[in-house]
Design a protein around this ligand. Structure first.
Ligand SMILES: NC(=O)c1ccc[n+]([C@@H]2O[C@H](COP(=O)([O-])OP(=O)(O)OC[C@H]3O[C@@H](n4cnc5c(N)ncnc54)[C@H](O)[C@@H]3O)[C@@H](O)[C@H]2O)c1
Length: 440
């Protein structure tokens, strides 16, 4: 089953051709040192780097985006979860630096790959960045190095894509490389769950690899959970995020049914939450966004199709969530006097979730498109986003006919809007019991 996926991908990406290419560099045995190279210094890689520094590792954070490398080395963190102070402390200690130079991975005993795994234009897995990272590190992997993929992907990615690339391009002197998959579970903006206290799944290609991977993650995380294969770890990650996608879709659909009957869906969810077992509350919203929930389940649906199956339930959940921005646009416009031809709509919060400035896959883009189609004049406000799709934010005193609270950001003071009597469609359940506020 996995072999067929592998063959398709390897053939497509021309990896067979690359196998003949060998690079000679002097390598050392990486068995003893505590030097970690992390490929990708984003929402996953940078927090991992800081956690590893705290655990006593020396970390080289490699990123192919040179401007980001320069920013990090200047002590300015590109992500909300890592403060400038924490980053500056790590840099000053000499235990961390960012680099765009792959040759430095030759010093590492552990290399973790934390690069994006997005969708392509057909909304199918795009592993080009992952393959690019594996290809770039391979010539510099020292003997006895552990290579771990933390990127989210479909089952078989480590064994069928990463291992063949590294094995085919590694230096001649490197006779033994260990491989594992340990999908990252970080939840950006979460004040409770971090790299350290979130249990880490670890699945490796053989016993020695598993021992090394567990020892590595046990040095950084409170708990490492051993699973029997990398495919189990990869599939578990897809299941976790698909679980969220389908439950959000369920509650988004349910919210529409409740609204049509004049029932407050949040009161229903609160009521159902009083059941002490078998129920977990999810809240409706504008849709799903970010690099995980809208993307990872489509890795699952693609993987299902490659294996001759269909993940119909997941596809259906994806459709329900994608229909939400249109529903929200229509609800908001129904609050405006029908005589106004081009209503002015203020969107509050464009990031995909509170506490982050991340606008990747934000459902607010589709919301804005639907509002525009209906002739609305749109502006937006988000204290954590300075620019979005070539436009700038406005202040909260922007004169509007209706406001849509899409993402309730910290530092967003809505009192002045409420005091002005602006009608607000609250998609976040954070403005309860106020006049002029409609809840999703
Ligand atoms: N963001 C999350 O909440 C989250 C949570 C869990 C898992 N993940 C998964 O982790 C992976 C990384 O996601 P992220 O959110 O950290 O992405 P990100 O975009 O925040 O960071 C990735 C970094 O990798 C760099 N990069 C891309 N290709 C590279 C290459 N070939 N060599 C070196 N650097 C390269 C980019 O410049 C970028 O700085 C993805 O597979 C994602 O699905 C993300």
């Amino acid at each position: 089953m996995q072999a067929s996926i592998s063959e398709i991908r390897l053939h497509k990406e021309g990896v067979h051709r690359k196998r003949r290419k060998r690079v000679r560099i002097p390598t050392v045995s990486a068995e003893q040192n505590r030097i970690l190279a992390i490929i990708g210094q984003g929402y996953v890689g940078l927090p991992l780097a800081m956690a590893a520094v705290d655990a006593g590792w020396t970390v080289i954070g490699i990123d192919n985006f040179e401007a980001k490398v320069a920013q990090i080395n200047s002590g300015k963190s590109p992500i909300e979860d890592i403060s400038d102070t924490q980053l500056q402390r790590a840099l000053a200690s000499g235990a961390y630096r960012a680099s765009a130079d792959y040759t430095s991975v030759a010093k590492a005993s552990v290399i973790t790959i934390c690069v994006p795994t997005p969708l392509d234009e057909k909304r199918e897995p795009d592993l080009s960045l992952l393959q690019g990272a594996a290809t770039a590190i391979a010539p510099f992997v020292s003997n006895e190095t552990l290579v771990v993929s933390e990127s989210t992907s479909y089952p078989g990615t480590l064994r069928d894509i990463i291992v063949p690339i590294v094995d085919s391009l590694k230096p001649r002197a490197t006779t033994r490389v260990y491989f594992a998959s340990a999908p990252e579970r970080v939840n950006p903006g979460d004040p409770i769950w971090s790299q350290k206290n979130t249990p880490r799944l670890v699945g490796a290609i053989d016993r020695k690899s598993q021992e090394r991977a567990l020892a590595f993650y046990e040095s950084i995380c409170d708990t490492a959970v051993a699973v029997s294969t990398p495919e189990i770890a990869e599939a578990a990650k897809l299941l976790e995020n698909t679980f969220r996608l389908v439950n959000i879709a369920l509650v988004n659909e349910f919210a529409q049914l409740c609204a049509a009957s004049g029932i407050n869906v949040h009161e229903v969810i609160d009521a159902a939450s009083s059941k002490p077992y078998g129920f977990m509350p999810f809240r409706p919203g504008v849709g799903v966004g970010g690099h995980c929930i809208p993307v990872d389940p489509l890795y699952l649906t693609w993987w299902a199709r490659q294996n001759g199956g269909r993940a119909i339930f997941v596809e259906s959940a994806d459709s329900v969530n994608h229909a939400m921005p249109k529903y929200v646009a229509e609800r908001a416009l129904s609050m405006v006097n029908a005589n106004i031809k081009n209503p002015k709509v203020l969107i509050l919060g464009v990031a995909y979730k509170p506490g982050v400035g991340d606008v990747r896959e934000t459902p607010v883009s589709e919301l804005r498109d639907h509002l525009k189609l209906k002739g609305a004049d749109i502006a937006w406000h988000d204290p954590l986003v300075q620019a979005w799709e070539d436009s700038s934010p406005v202040d909260l005193d922007w004169d509007c006919d209706v406001a849509i609270l899409a993402t309730k950001q910290p530092g967003m003071n809505l009192e002045q809007l409420i005091n002005r009597g602006v009608q607000i469609l609250d998609c976040t359940n954070s403005l309860k019991g106020q006049a002029d506020i409609s809840s999703l």
